[in-house]
Every structure is written in C-alpha cells, then in structure tokens.
Design a protein around this ligand. Sequence first.
Ligand code: ADP
Length: 257
Amino acid sequence: LKLNNRYYKCYVSKFPFGTALFFVDITAAKNAEKMREDFFSSVSHELKTPITSIRGYSELLSEGVVTDPSLQHDMLEKIQKQVDNMSNLINDILLLSRFDNDDIVVERVPVNMKSTVEDIVSSYESLCLKEEITIHKEVEDVNILFHPQQMANLLSNLISNAIKYNHPGGLVNVNVYKNEDDLFIEVSDTGIGIPQEDQNRVFERFYRVDKGRSRMKGGTGLGLAIVKHIVSFNKGKLTLTSTPEVGTTITIRFPNI
Ligand code: ADP
C-alpha cells in the first residue's frame, strides 16, 4: 500500500471482538531494495559497454578481416584498455561492498604524507604528459595514523580526477598541512569545474556530470563514492567548492591522531 510516498504492509488479525488491521511502515526496506536494484542494474550496464567492445574487436581479429598489422595492434590495445576498465570497476565495487558490509580491516600505521603524495603523483606522470597537466605539491613532512592503502586510494582518486577533468596546459595543486588539531589535504585544479546542481550528486555511485568524458578517460564513476566512504570511516570532513570553467577544490580534514 502506498500513501504519501510511504509504503505500508497491511496485516489482518482476527480477535474475539472483531478484526483489526495493522499497518507497518516498510518505506526504509523498500528504499534499500530500490537502491540495491539500481546499483545492480548500473553495474550490469557498466560491464556491458566494455564487453560489447571487447567482443566486437576480438571477432574482427579472429575472423581475419583486419590484415593491417598496425590496425591489429590498435585493436589489441583497445581490448586491453577495456579489460583494465573492467578490472578497475570490479575492484571499486568490491571495495564499496566491503564498506557496505562493515568488512574493513583497520590497521592504522603512521603514513608519511610527503612520500605518499610523491608516489601517487609520480604514478600519474605519463597521464600528466599526455593531458599536458602540471602538478604542484606543497606537502608538509608529516605523518598521520591511517590505513596506507586507503590513503593511497583517496589521493589517487582526487588527483586523477583533477587531471582528467582539466584542460590541456592546466594545473593541479596538492597541499597537505597540519595544525594542532587536524590534518588538511587539499587538491585543486584549473579544470572544467562542476555545476552547482551536480556538486552533491558526484558522490553518488555511478553519477557523472559528463558520461562520455568519464568513460573516455577510463573512469568507473565510483571514485568519489569511495573517497566519501574513506573520509567518513576515518571521521574526516570533506568540502567541495567548484566553479564551472574555473576549477574545483576538494578539501579534507582529518582529526590529527
Ligand atoms: P569518474 O570515474 O567518472 O571520474 P568519480 O566518482 O571520481 O567518477 O567522479 C564523479 C563525477 O564527478 C565525474 O564523472 C565528473 O563528472 C565529476 N568530477 C569529479 N572530479 C572532478 C573535478 N576535479 N573536476 C570536474 N569534475 C569532476
């Protein structure tokens, strides 16, 4: 039974004095079910795109239609890229499902921010060259008690977005600093920005402002959802400010433990 956008289940009980109807509000369960269904349908959809492309290219190659070796090479590279996309997607889904099931093992150790940022930034060197992006870092030589993989995941999602959604010749700034109470991580870019109405939604699973651009750059659509989980798991606070065609800044504050 649906009433004023809420769902009720009706139970009938017979008593010696008559019959009673009980209505139980099942809106929360219904909403959770709907979210699960939406998630699975998005995942199937996201997997269909690379699978279709892999099937297409591999059929062409196996039928011997393409004889030019350089074309064959291009197609194999496209297949590899799609395989990488699928594997990133599956890793992201597994991580999110571990957050959903509270199945995260926390081993917090001192993580040095300077060397972690160095490592992540250098792993994006070739992407920066390709996209003509310069990264500036201002990172204090400080430690934070954190799960190393979570910190790497958080930084690489923020930094890769700042590169992917930028313009050729654009800048990315990574600042990390500490005060007595908190550690701040700030990643800003001079990129395409995020329209006001999308600024909250980009943290939803599979929400993208520009689907074509995200897919072309190999995005899973789950990066910021993962960032949000990592931040709240570690009792942090996240703020996003963005102006279309000017750029985006994401600041995260963690209690300094
Ligand atoms: P994706 O894999 O698509 O990058 P994310 O969850 O990391 O997924 O980001 C969701 C969407 O938010 C992106 O598709 C993009 O539209 C937008 N976005 C994220 N970071 C930025 C940024 N720095 N500048 C502009 N848009 C961004």
